[in-house]
Write a protein of this length. Structure first.
Length: 426
């Protein structure tokens, strides 16, 4: 979502005369868009900021801003810790950046971490364009009301909020007109989407996907991240029937232990997750399942961890993201008995080894199959292009006739460490 937000900021600032540069020493303003989900991500902000000190010495007029969830969570504490920062802008105030920057003169610090009444998306300037090639993100929903005991999202991104259908369709059309072929719908809890529809009713994510499917020139639709409890029957059915909806689903479970799931306030158990995955696979048998796991959540015993390993074996993941539990100030789990760091590290390695095996075995099974690849960029070698299959596997093909942005049928010839290689099908 931060990638998407950064694009929106850059497009909006473009309307105010700013131009983007990738070279910090050329910049009049540097914005550090930050993540607060785990401690490591938040701490990285301060080491990054330190690197800008010399630039500001050379060019005192340089403005340095911190945006994103660290800005939201820490506010002007950031300026106390790193006085070279001029502006702090929370995720709901990005439409104000140009004004805040204009006021950030003569050492006047600007802080905007409000949750305003107005929807920033309806006032953010700028036209959407294919900034990063033929695959683009589009935020449809922000915030979360679920309050999992480990998570900062409800505090940093605020309450769950869905954008109106019309705005999303309009933005998708702008992206497609500029060359985008694949759109990934984003939300911290995207399948809880319930935006105002043009018919005056609230639309579900599935209904929104069916509407997006009608856009000519848009070939692929994906969405992330979902909560198991919001996987409604119409969304499961869409996975079976909607041609443009790709056979890939990121559905985090976090743990396989019912005791831990309860302590996490996840409001689902391991059995309901397993049966949900089986329903989804009934609708779309070849779907690739991806997940998120937290190891070493407070009070997690060896038995609880083994329950997570068993669940992983039962599901067979094609992809997964796993993390050691990180204490986040202000969340309920931060106050509980913590699992020792070395235990967390050992469990994480064990879990990641298992996931890697599953991932590789699913990837290896693609050899000999024909997949459809959207080519996103040039590769390291002459005439090599890199793209993504329907299942989100990276696929490289060496062929001078292909261009970035094209969708082609590819026969997979080889499974590498983290990618597949193939050649165009005849
Ligand atoms: N809405 C999604 C997750 C969004 S946060 C869901 O409900 O699953 C992305 C991932 O970060 C989470 O799935 C979780 O695995 C991880 N995460 C969040 N808070 C964390 C914490 N305090 N420590 C470790 N991992 C965390
Ligand atoms: Fe965080 Fe996801 Fe739980 Fe919401 S549902 S609190 S975003 S982990």
């Amino acid at each position: 979502m931060n990638v998407y937000d950064s694009e929106r900021m850059s497009e909006a600032l473009g309307e105010d005369g700013y131009e983007e540069t990738l070279n910090p020493s050329e910049a009049d303003m540097i914005l550090l868009n930050t993540c607060h989900i785990r401690e490591k991500a938040a701490e990285k902000v301060y080491s990054e900021l330190g690197r800008f000190k010399d630039l500001k010495t050379v060019k005192p007029s340089l403005k340095i801003g911190v945006t994103g969830c660290v800005a939201q969570a820490e506010g002007d504490e950031i300026i106390k810790r790193q006085p070279l920062v001029d502006l702090i802008v929370g995720p709901q105030s990005y439409h104000n950046i140009a004004d805040l920057a204009a006021n950030a003169v003569d050492g006047k610090k600007q802080v905007d971490i409000a949750f305003p009444e107005e929807d920033k998306f309806s006032v953010l300037k700028g036209k959407r364009s294919a900034q990063r090639g033929p695959s683009a993100f589009l935020t449809v929903q922000e915030g979360c009301d679920k309050f999992c005991a480990f998570c900062v999202v409800p505090y940093t991104r605020g309450a769950e909020n869905s954008r109106p259908v019309i705005r999303i369709i309009d933005e998708a059309k702008q992206l497609v007109q500029s060359g985008v072929k694949e759109i990934t719908l984003l939300g911290q809890n995207v399948n809880a989407y319930h935006g105002d529809g043009p018919d005056g009713n609230e639309w579900s994510l599935a209904k929104l996907i069916w509407e997006l499917e009608k856009i000519d020139g848009l070939d692929r639709i994906r969405f992330t991240t979902s909560h198991p409890n919001d996987m409604t029957p119409d969304l499961i059915e869409a996975h079976g029937q909607c041609k443009k909806l790709m056979p890939y689903l990121h559905l985090p479970v976090q743990s396989g232990s019912n005791k831990i799931l309860k302590r996490m306030n996840r409001s689902h158990d391991a059995e309901s997750y397993v049966s949900l995955i089986s329903k989804i696979r009934d609708a779309r048998p070849d779907i690739l399942i991806s997940g998120d796991f937290i190891v070493g959540f407070p009070e997690e015993t060896e038995n609880d961890f083994n329950d997570t390993m068993s669940l992983i074996k039962e599901i067979e993941y094609g992809q997964a993201f796993s993390f050691k539990y990180s204490t986040r100030p202000g969340t309920p789990a931060a106050e509980r008995d913590q699992v020792p760091e070395e235990v967390k590290t050992a469990r994480l390695h064990q879990l990641q080894d298992l996931i890697k095996q599953q991932q590789k075995s699913i990837q290896d099974k693609m050899v000999g199959r024909e997949v459809q690849v959207l080519f996103e960029r040039t590769g390291r070698f002459d005439n090599q292009l890199v793209g993504k299959s329907e299942y989100l596997h990276a696929v490289n093909v060496t062929d001078p006739t292909i261009s970035v942005g094209e969708l082609k049928q590819v026969k997979i010839m080889k499974s590498n460490a983290n990618s597949l290689s193939g050649s165009l099908s005849n």
